[in-house]
Every structure is written in C-alpha cells, then in structure tokens.
Design a protein around this ligand. Sequence first.
Ligand SMILES: [Mn+2]
Length: 348
Amino acid sequence: MKLSFRWYGQDDPISLEYISQIPGMKSIVSAVYDVKPGEVWPRESLAQIKEECQKHNLVFDVVESIPVHEDIKLGRGDVDNLLDVYCENIRRCAEYGVKCVTYNFMPVFDWTRTQLDKKASDSSTSLVMYWDQMKGLDPLKDDIHLPGWDSSYTQDQVRELIGAYDKLGEEGLWKNLEKFLKKVIPVAEECGVKMAIHPDDPPYPIFGLPRIITNEENLDRFLALVDSPSNSLCLCTGSLGCAKSNDIPKMIEKYASKDRIAFMHIRNVKIMEDGSFEERAHLSSCGSLDMYEIVKALCKHGFDGYVRPDHGRMIWGETGKPGYGLFDRALGATYINGLFEACQKNCK
Ligand SMILES: [Mn+2]
C-alpha cells in the first residue's frame, strides 16, 4: 500500500513539512481548489503542487477530487463540453504524475453532518450526523444551512436542484453516470490514471435525493458499467460503514480480489441505535468497524493502491478544518501502518 495524506494546498494550515514527518508517508492527495467545476485546471497550479511536494520528498500522485459538474449528473445543459473539460483535466493531472483521481456522483451535497464539533467525554471533538437534528428539516420549505454544504448556492438554487434530481430519479442518475464513465474511462486508461469513485456519504437518501453509490449491489452495478481497472473504487470505510447493512471487510475482500480498489479511505464511525453516527478515532474499539479485518482483507489480496487516514477528531487543542487536523490523522496513519505491517507479515 502507498500511504497518503490529504493536503489542501498553500492555504492548508498543515504544512508539507509536518506531513512528511509522519512515518511512512509517501503520497500527497490534493487538487486545484480555486477553479470552479466545469473549468480547466491551469497547468501552473498542478506544476506548483508537484514542486512543493517534491521539496519535501513527497509525491503528488492522487487527486481528490475533480468535482463533477451538477449538469453532468443531471444530464442537462452543455454536457458534452463539460465532459470534454473533465477529460482534459484528467490528462493534465496525468502530465504532472497523478495516478489516481477521486470523484463522487452525489447530487448537490458532498456529505451530510448535523454538527462538526460534537464534544466527546474526553473533550475531543468530531463530526456527527444525528437524526433528531435532521428530522423536521425540509429544504423545500426551510432555509437550511447544514455544516459542510456548499454555501455558494442560494436557497432557491438548492430548491431548483432538488426538484431536478427528484424528476431525474435513481435510474436517471445511473444513466448519466454511465454516460460519464463511457467518456472518461477510456481517457483515464490512455493516460494511466485510475478513476476512483467515492461512495455517497452517508450511503442512503437524504431529503429524498437519489443516491446510488451506497451498497454492494450498487457497487457491482457500477463496476460492470465499464469493466476496466481504470474504473475503480475509492472505498471509504467511514462512508459505506454508516449503514449497518454494509459488511465492509466482505466488500473489500470482494473488490480487492478483482483489483477494483484504487484508493482506501480508512476511518472509523460509531453507528448509534437510531442509525445516527459519530466519527470516532481510527482504532477498532472506538467505533463500529473492525479495522484489523479491513486491513487483513486488503493484505490477503496484495493490495498496492493508495491509503489515507480519513477524517480525524480535533484533539490536543488543535483548531482548523473539521476532520482535517494534523494530530488525529497522524495517529490514524501510524495505526494504519501498524495494522499493515502485522497483516503483511502474517500473509507471507
Ligand atoms: Mn472518504
């Protein structure tokens, strides 16, 4: 496996120097963050990320993410031009050494939480999604400002988008995803890039919006749309793991054996009685997921893709971007290192 860490570029309060001091750290996961979806990424921006990483003996080889324009997901507007731009961005990333590109196909919102700084009994804070805070919210009637949702949309735009997705439905979204893949995957193959779709977070409908990258049946359907190693998964344990019905080690076993996992996001969540969930420390005993079984399933199939510690808690007084502090993600990285060392030695 190749250990990686997400870095938000020059504005990230966590420096590449600090990241490079985490044992075993090799790859940087980043993106051009100041360009809107549907626009071409300037080569200078990619070159700059690459150079900065090199200065710290790190490699910029994973992109998270190239966002998919809502019109591609909705199949409206100038889709063909938007798809051309998307392909051009893949080519440009490859020119600067990128091997894996993450993206998602979630309508409107990337992820849903009701609170970003829920205090645990040890005074650490983390992101949570509580149903009792969600219930009663109706984006068609109320002005909703959930943390993490794109604040560049006006409430009217959100309502329009929700209406459009409602009309489209799940099958319509599948159709548009297929069109996207048929255009993009051949380009990725050509330039040696693995496209890794991130599952929906959480993996069930929110406010009636269709969600399709959610469970084993749908992952099978997704991978069959274009049967190529370039059409791969970013298997996020914490996203898929929010649904009790998803058996994460079993899913990893299946997709790693077929070489269809390009990228692993490893983190733990605690699922509550009512289906609410809290992001927790990476350790198995801190949440609902068995991290040992997860890593064991990867090692059994000689997994050599990218791995990153996903969201961490805020600990030791650190402040910053929720989920993306240094300390707890670094602890996660060393824990992941330990699990891999043990599992790899056991597999031999
Ligand atoms: Mn993730």
